[in-house]
Write a protein of this length. Structure first.
Length: 130
């Protein structure tokens, strides 16, 4: 009887180990294992919808903020938002003001929700420049 149990146990073990395969060759859309790039911190080949300053945010800031927050601030603006460093270092204040219905920036009123969401996503994505 013990011999029969041993044979069954060995047979089941063999089946289980042969059925498990760590290969990813048969997975659809699987990318080769690549290293994370130091520039972005993202694995090459992964889908990214990251917002970047140069890609999206710079245009939003230039079209909505730099009339007063230019390289030389005007109209009582307390600081410039004309460079990546200036915008990224004040992002918390920028987001608070562009979402403040009682005291919005720009002064003419809240910018569209989509643009405000892109700026927030830029912050969430890590304030990437490029």
């Amino acid at each position: 009887m013990k011999y029969k149990n041993l044979v069954c146990a060995l047979l089941m073990s063999t089946i289980l180990f042969n059925c498990s395969d760590d290969s990813t060759d048969d997975l659809q859309g699987e990318m080769p294992n690549e290293e994370v790039t130091p520039e972005t911190g993202i694995e090459p080949g992964t889908e990214t919808n990251l917002i970047t300053y140069n890609g999206e945010v710079r245009d939003i800031i230039n079209n909505n903020c730099t009339q007063c927050h230019g390289s030389t601030p005007t109209n009582g603006a307390p600081f410039s938002l004309s460079t990546f460093e200036q915008v990224s270092s004040r992002i918390g204040r920028v987001i608070a003001r562009i979402n403040n219905e009682a005291n919005p920036m720009p002064i003419r009123g809240l910018m569209p929700t989509e643009l405000r969401n892109q700026i927030k996503k830029w912050q969430d994505d890590g304030l990437l420049e490029n």
